[in-house]
Ligand binder design. Structure first.
Ligand SMILES: Cc1cc2nc3c(=O)[nH]c(=O)nc-3n(C[C@H](O)[C@H](O)[C@H](O)COP(=O)(O)OP(=O)(O)OC[C@H]3O[C@@H](n4cnc5c(N)ncnc54)[C@H](O)[C@@H]3O)c2cc1C
Ligand code: FES
Length: 250
């Protein structure tokens, strides 16, 4: 059994940071954990959350409250918590080179762990952090600290540059060259970045709806290169170009 180290901390509107102790081994950026919400039968299904950070035996996750499970989870008191993971595939890391990392909203969560590992792999990291408005920005300083260049953008211009992540990514891709692009956020955002990439490989993390989370139900299937893959075990990270985006839920 793992341990919720402290009460979930509100880090921006509707977003909480959870610190979970005694997680074994190392995890790859892009992997996720599943959490049993409560000891009761409802909600029955475990909920998946990307690993935001994993260091010193502690996994951090960001939880955005959207429904019953997440509302209950962020109200948990410190103590035992039932966690399975790390699960799924991680991002492929290049050794060096220039990379663009683009996150939208809660989709920034797996990209913090990624950006830290990219820095260790001697990559030059441009981090593009997008949020709808300033009240949804969480832990920006932590992202700023690990990127070679950090660009903050809000849709309404309330903080950082005004504009959609996709508009700013388009400018960067046109003006500069990158060896790899990583994206996580709303499906429309990831699909647009893949379309803009102009031949640069793009890796995305898809958040389809998970049932079992362990490869048994096929409820999370997406199609890539004409083949159905289960996002919970074959993903959630995929290369964007071969993905059939019609198979990825909005
Ligand atoms: C691989 C993976 C990684 C994820 N990482 C994170 C993360 O780091 N932080 C985080 O806050 N959330 C993350 N999610 C989404 C998170 O799992 C869901 O928001 C959560 O399960 C919702 O549970 P709930 O009981 O609160 O909501 P429910 O009552 O189940 O649903 C409430 C609303 O949320 C929508 N919803 C439920 N699941 C998803 C989903 N997977 N994607 C989009 N909308 C959904 C439903 O359509 C509904 O409108 C991730 C999902 C996956 C598959
Ligand atoms: S969630 Fe059941 S197979 Fe992926």
């Amino acid at each position: 059994m793992n341990r919720l180290m402290e009460k979930p901390r509100l880090v921006s509107q509707d977003h909480y940071l959870l610190r979970i102790g005694f997680c074994p081994g190392r995890s790859l950026p892009g992997q996720f954990i599943t959490v049993r919400i409560s000891n009761r039968h409802d909600p029955l299904l475990r909920r998946p959350f990307s690993i935001f950070n994993h260091e010193g035996g502690i996994i951090e996750i960001i939880v955005k409250t959207v429904g019953t499970g997440t509302e209950l989870l962020v109200r948990r008191d410190p103590g035992e918590i039932d966690v399975i993971g790390p699960l799924g595939t991680g991002f492929t890391l290049p050794q060096g080179g220039r990379v663009l990392v683009a996150g939208g909203g809660v989709g920034n969560a797996p990209l913090y762990h990624l950006a830290r590992r990219l820095a260790e792999s001697r990559c030059d990291v441009t981090y593009l952090y997008g949020a709808r408005t300033r009240s949804f920005i969480y832990l920006a300083d932590r992202f700023r600290d690990i990127a070679d260049r950090f660009i903050l953008a809000t849709d309404d211009g309330s903080e950082g540059r005004e504009g959609l992540v996709t508009d700013i990514a388009a400018e960067l891709i046109e003006a500069e060259s990158f060896d790899m692009i990583y994206a996580c956020g709303p499906t429309a955002m990831m699909r647009t970045i893949v379309r803009l990439a102009n031949g640069t490989p793009v890796q995305v993390s898809v958040e389809t709806y998970f049932g079992c989370g362990t490869g048994l139900c096929s409820g999370c299937s997406v199609e890539t290169a004409g083949v159905l893959k289960r996002a919970c075990i074959d993903g959630p990270v995929f290369f964007g170009a071969p993905l059939n985006w019609d198979s990825v839920p909005d």
